[in-house]
Ligand binder design. Structure first.
Ligand code: NDP
Length: 450
């Protein structure tokens, strides 16, 4: 058995029942084979065994009282995965599907993503199986306060700085920050994604979505192409999807789909983004309500999805932007995209494509931007928020956007050049994983066995 397969097999024995985590580890380790072969020090110093084991895993009870006076109990998590390059950094996800495996896969991915940005940030992730859907504002506040009542003792501006993710936006960050301040008496940059009124950064809200599209432009530019006039499939209709669609319009492309957990909207003439913002950012409704204003659009409920994938990827378009959740683009979806002439996939979500889908896209020479590179604009701008907080400065929208564009270009260049260096030009999975790994692994070597 090879060194890599042995590591994965050990992991399965020592951390049972964590399939999403194994999937993320396998994807990374498979592509590290060339660098592990070329530098035996990584094996001698057990870098891989240390990388797959989080430095710290915090699991806690989150009790809260609902509007009916009933006591509810959720599970809370913070996985502080790796701090070789800086304070742990990564979002909090509130979604009923959250469990230790999902938080560990997200935290593991975050190590390499953060390393790839070139910024001084380590990797972490957290969240809860709390479902914010259908909860009143008061219930959300009580939950967030209870969550922070445990989390506050583990985080700090130079130790661990959480941000948002699925189900955690400006409202939740606000309630958690309020409780942190109340418990500690400190006003400091302990969370990112804060409101602009009290320490947030311009462009943070837009950063992941804009970054995914900047990354796509970089992928196309080496083929002397651009997004202009391209029809684009987008999944999701949350923070990442909305601002990916906004940037697509700004660059002359047309997003023709978006999705949520109830179904898919297909609007051939172009998604009405103002309406999607209204439905999702303000009234928090199902996308089906889109039809009340656009009877030329089509809503495909999840009950009508193909059994082997997702309806959105079966629609003909030039480019695809998965921006909802993990494993939402399957092998059958990848084949359908290729058959329909799609030239590019740029991932806004974390691990949205299954491993066989990724292999198929790469084999077909589609421009494929893996999430850990393409969606790194969010965490990068979070780091810019930390820098502004630490220096007590506020930068303009243009200044932050300019920095974001440079960071996305650098990430692309790094992954692209590394893929060439290791003999697989165009394979940005390999390029991103090796480049991210090298930075974090070399820091670990220099810091000794800790
Ligand atoms: P939001 O909660 O704002 O939006 C998530 C969207 O995806 C919603 O439209 C939601 O539908 C849909 N969705 C979530 N889970 C499922 C599911 N199981 N099945 C179908 N649809 C689902 O989250 P974000 O936009 O912030 O995050 C989206 C993805 O991007 C995640 O993978 C996240 O990890 C990743 N990401 C986010 C970053 C950020 O800065 N926010 C940074 C980097 C990556 P509904 O409206 O019905 O709930």
């Amino acid at each position: 058995m090879s060194y890599i397969h042995e590591t994965i097999s050990d992991l399965k024995n020592t951390s049972p029942a964590q399939c999403e985590f194994y999937q993320a580890v396998e994807e990374v380790l498979e592509s590290l084979a060339p660098i592990l072969e070329s530098n035996k020090l990584y094996q001698q110093q057990a870098i891989i065994q240390r990388l797959v084991e989080p430095e710290r895993q915090i699991m806690f009870r989150v009790p809260w009282v609902d509007d009916q006076g009933q006591i509810q109990v959720n599970k809370g998590y913070r996985i502080e995965f790796n701090s070789a390059l800086g304070p742990y950094k990564g979002g909090l996800r509130f979604h009923p599907s959250v469990n230790a495996s999902i938080i560990k896969f997200l935290g593991f991915e975050q190590i390499f993503k953060n390393a790839l940005t070139g910024l001084p940030i380590g990797g972490g992730k957290g969240g809860s199986n709390f479902n914010p859907k259908g909860k009143s504002d008061d219930e959300i506040m009580r939950f967030c306060q209870s969550f922070m009542t445990e989390l506050y003792r583990h985080i700090g501006p130079t130790t661990d700085v959480p941000a948002g993710d699925i189900g955690v936006g400006a409202r939740e960050i606000g309630y958690m920050f309020g409780q942190y301040k109340r418990l500690t008496g400190r006003y400091e940059g302990v969370l990112t994604g804060k409101s602009l009124l009290w320490g947030g950064s311009l462009v943070r809200k837009e950063a992941t979505g804009y970054g995914v599209v900047y990354f796509a432009e970089n992928m196309l530019s080496i083929k002397d192409e651009s997004l202009k006039s391209k029809k684009c499939l987008v999944s999701g209709s949350g923070n990442v999807a909305i601002y990916a669609m906004e940037k697509l319009y700004q660059l002359g492309a047309t997003p023709i789909t978006c999705t949520d957990s109830t179904g898919t909207i297909f609007h051939e003439s172009g998604i009405d983004l103002t309406l999607v913002k209204q439905l999702k950012e303000k009234s928090r409704k199902s996308l089906e309500a889109y039809l009340t204003e656009h009877n030329d659009a089509k809503f495909i409920p999840t009950s009508e999805y193909p059994s082997d994938g997702h309806a959105v990827w079966r629609i003909k378009a030039d480019a695809a932007f998965p921006c909802a959740t993990q494993n939402e683009l399957t092998l059958a979806d990848a084949k359908a995209l290729i058959a329909n002439g799609c030239q590019l996939v740029s991932e806004g979500a974390n691990m949205p494509s299954t491993q066989d889908a990724i292999n198929t896209l790469i084999d077909a020479k589609i421009s494929y931007g893996p999430g850990k590179a393409a969606n790194a604009g969010g965490v990068s701008t979070s780091q810019l928020e930390m820098a502004q907080n630490a220096s007590m400065q506020t930068w303009s929208f243009e200044e932050v956007d300019q920095k974001l564009q440079i960071i996305m270009k650098n990430i692309f260049e790094t992954a692209h050049q590394t893929a060439i260096e290791f003999g697989q030009p165009g394979n940005l999975v390999l390029g991103a994983n090796i480049a991210g790994f090298k930075r974090v692994a070399d820091a670990m070597l220099e810091q000794g066995v800790v």
